[in-house]
Each structure stands twice: as C-alpha cells, then as structure tokens.
Write a protein that binds this ligand. Structure first.
Ligand SMILES: Cc1cc2nc3c(=O)[nH]c(=O)nc-3n(C[C@H](O)[C@H](O)[C@H](O)COP(=O)(O)OP(=O)(O)OC[C@H]3O[C@@H](n4cnc5c(N)ncnc54)[C@H](O)[C@@H]3O)c2cc1C
Length: 392
C-alpha cells in the first residue's frame, strides 16, 4: 500500500510514559505510527519525570487494579530484558497506616483476594526489619514483597528507542493544536507548522487533556505536586539504601510516599498539592508542601538530613474517583482518550500501552479497559469500582 507523506495509520499525541508505551506496542502491529510531543524526550513539565515511581501490587485503591498491575509488572520485566537495563527494581513496598487504616485494609484485601504474598508486621517486627523508619504503637505495617521501584526516564527512553528501531517516528516540539474529521473519516491534525492525517489517534496528553477536550467537560482536576530528596546523615547511609519504597497513610486521608536512596538521596512526596488551571504556568513549590514533608521526615525517617537536596514539581491529572480515563472519544471513535492517571498511573503504563495499542488496531476497547471508560448516566463506573482510595 502506498502512503503519502504525513499520512499515518496511528498517531499518538504525547511522548510521556503512556504515549511512548503505546508507541512501543503499536510498533509490533503492521502500519505506520507517528508520535507528536509538545516538548522533548523526558522533559520536566509533565507527569513522568523525577527518577522513580512506586509499583505496588497489594493495591489500596481496590482489587480491580490487581490483574492490571500484575500484567504491568510482567511487561516491565520484559522491558528490563529487551532494553538491557534495569527499569523495574524489586525492592518490595511497605504500606503503613493507623490500626484502623482503610487503605491498609483494602491493600490487604487486594492481596488476599488474588493470593498475592503479603505480611502484616507486628509492632516488634516492623522496626527490626525496616530500621530506617520510626514506627509507633498505633501503626499497622503491611509488607508487599511483589512491589518495587520503576525508573520512569529509563522506561520512556527505552520505549522510544525500541519503537524507533521498529519504524515509529517521533516529532519533538510539535504540539497538536487542532484536529478535524476529513470526508473519508480519517483525522487531520495540525501542529504550528505541519498537518498530518491518521486513521486513528491516541490522545496521551496527561495534564493537557482538559484543555484539548473542552467540549467534553471532563471532571478533571490538575494538581501540581512537589517531591523532595534528602541525604542520609553520615553513618546512616546503609539503612536508607536498603529500605523499601513506602506509602504512609495518615488518619485524615493524607499520605506520604517515597523511594530508597539509590544514589541521589531518599525521595519523599506527600498529598499536599496545588490545583492549577494551565500546565504551562506552574507556581513555585508552596512552603506548606515543604513543611508537611519535613514534619513527616522528622517523625518517621529521623536519620535524614534536614535540608532538602532538591525539589521537583510534577503534575497529577485527577478524576473525582481517582481512577483513569481510557475510552473512545464520544464524538469520534477513531480517537482514543488515554490520560488522567490520577497520580498513580505510571506502574500501569506498560499494561495500558499494550491494551490501548490493541484498541487502536481493532477499533474496540477490550474488557480489561472497561473500568476506565467515561462515566455514563446509566452506568456510573464508581458503581463497579467502589473507589475511595489514595495513591502513590
Ligand atoms: C510527583 C508524582 C509522583 C507519582 N508517583 C507515582 C508512583 O509512585 N507510582 C505510580 O504508578 N504513578 C505515580 N505517579 C503518576 C504517574 O507518574 C503518571 O500517572 C504518569 O506519569 C502519567 O503519564 P502520561 O503519559 O499520562 O503523562 P505525561 O508523562 O505528562 O505525558 C503527557 C505528554 O503529552 C505531551 N503533550 C501535552 N499536550 C500535547 C499536545 N497538544 N501535543 C503533543 N504533546 C502534548 C506532554 O508534553 C507530555 O510529555 C506520580 C506522579 C507524580 C506527578
């Protein structure tokens, strides 16, 4: 079949975690794929930068996510092998909450219902096993040995490199500005200086989804979050290098999370975000965010230095139920909306990329994507998700 220049079977908009994963899986299908990215590979303006992400299997947001996270972990391990570098590191994850913590209960229920290994640690066992942390007698600690740490920049680079080797083309500094439907049904999209035509389009634009789909009035809230890195005090390095990733749930819905010292210090983030309207205009980190992380660090990780080494800002795109959105555009089923990961989506990017690429190839969403469809008045998705939870 002959192609005219700038005509593609698949056009992926967004070269972050999800877009590059979709592009990688599309590169296994016949057809031509183009990725348009507003900035450049691994830029710091979206949601996928910041060195580490946590992969949990005992899933506090609900057991509906467990099959997806297990598939995602398989695919991350495959990517480790194919890329020839470590993208997933199996450190295990420690979840801590108060004795009546609904998050820890739900995580335990997720693990139990899928027969995943987990341990509830006693008051004596927790500090012996994990001496980096300070526990109190009110705490309950759940050990998720199947979890670990992902390296997002390496993942994105690997997906991009492998997809490119299989013929996918990438255009940096190429924001999609407009799209319309041609007489033959294909989609024409425009960037500031070019137009492209595609059979199918995947919108994996993260925090830019609300502004690109204003007509849909999606109930999305974009939040800026700041994460901080702290150096272990001299003599304390070993405890922080060997500690697992963690999520620490408070009693009022707040939480903190972090990853071990892998050479850059211990990373800590919290749930104190700032709502923003325009992802291009981002406020400086608030004093409140730093203060709440410092208080957590002093209470729970007392061997860390008091000054933050570094602070990085990053964006969440939240739905009201903290779920994801993956669906066909209600106005044009050739367009797939694939965004809004509500602050806990990176771990799933491998499995979602596989499912979304298949959906782009077949024009149909498969059953595992059903929980992520847009809510409809007849079948609100919260009815079958029962989501209330937190993230990390
Ligand atoms: C601080 C923080 C901590 C997190 N921790 C975890 C964690 O521990 N575990 C976990 O699983 N998840 C975590 N997440 C969530 C996870 O990182 C995100 O869900 C995931 O990275 C979203 O990927 P994305 O591809 O949808 O978005 P992005 O990576 O932002 O990609 C969207 C891309 O689209 C591009 N774009 C936008 N508009 C256009 C346009 N018009 N044309 C072309 N390109 C466009 C953007 O430039 C961007 O590169 C965290 C997120 C943050 C911010």
């Amino acid at each position: 079949m002959g192609y005219r220049r700038r005509e593609y079977d698949y056009l992926v908009v967004g070269g972050g975690g999800l877009g590059t994963s979709v592009a990688y899986f599309l590169s296994h299908l016949p057809g031509r794929t183009l990725v348009l990215e507003r900035f450049y590979e691994n830029h710091p303006f979206g949601s996928s930068h910041g060195k580490t992400r946590i992969l949990r299997t005992a899933y506090a947001e609900g057991s509906v996510f467990v099959p997806l996270v297990l598939r995602a972990r398989e695919l991350w391990k495959d990517l480790n092998r194919e890329a020839g570098q470590q993208i997933f590191r199996p450190t295990g994850v420690l979840l801590v909450g108060r004795r009546d913590s609904p998050e820890v209960d739900r995580a335990r229920e997720s693990a139990r219902s899928y027969g995943l290994p987990y341990e509830l640690l006693s008051e004596e066992a927790a500090p012996r096993r994990f001496p980096a942390f300070h526990f109190t007698s009110d705490d309950v600690a759940l050990w998720d040995p199947g979890g670990g740490v992902l390296f997002p920049e390496r993942a994105i680079h690997s997906y991009r490199r492998l997809a490119f080797q299989r013929g996918v083309r990438f255009r940096w500094n190429s924001p999609l500005e407009r799209w319309d439907e041609q007489a033959d049904g294909r989609i024409r999209v425009g960037t500031p200086n070019r137009e492209y035509i595609a059979e199918r389009v995947v919108l994996a634009v993260g925090a830019w989804l609300p502004s690109l789909t204003r007509e849909l009035h999606l109930p999305l809230r974009v939040e800026q979050q700041t994460v901080f890195w702290f150096r272990p005090r001299p003599g304390d390095q070993h405890r922080f290098r060997t500690m697992p990733a963690f999520v620490w749930y408070g009693s009022r819905g707040e939480y903190f999370y972090g990853t071990p010292d892998l050479g850059n210090g211990v990373k800590i983030g919290g749930s104190q975000g700032q709502a923003i309207r325009n992802p291009a205009r981002r406020p400086p980190p608030s004093a409140r965010e730093l203060r709440s992380v410092q208080e957590f660090r002093d209470d729970r990780l007392p061997g860390l230095s008091s000054r933050a080494l570094r602070a990085v800002r990053c964006l969440y795109t939240n739905t009201p139920d903290r779920n994801f959105i993956v669906d066909l555009h209600p106005g044009n089923p050739r367009i797939i909306l694939a965004s809004a990961c509500s602050g806990h989506g990176f771990k799933f990017v491998s499995a979602l990329g596989e499912l979304i690429a298949t959906a782009a190839g077949t024009g149909k969403l498969s059953a595992p994507l059903a929980p992520f469809r847009l809510p409809s008045p007849r079948a609100p998705r919260s009815a079958f998700l029962g989501l209330k939870g937190r993230r990390g």
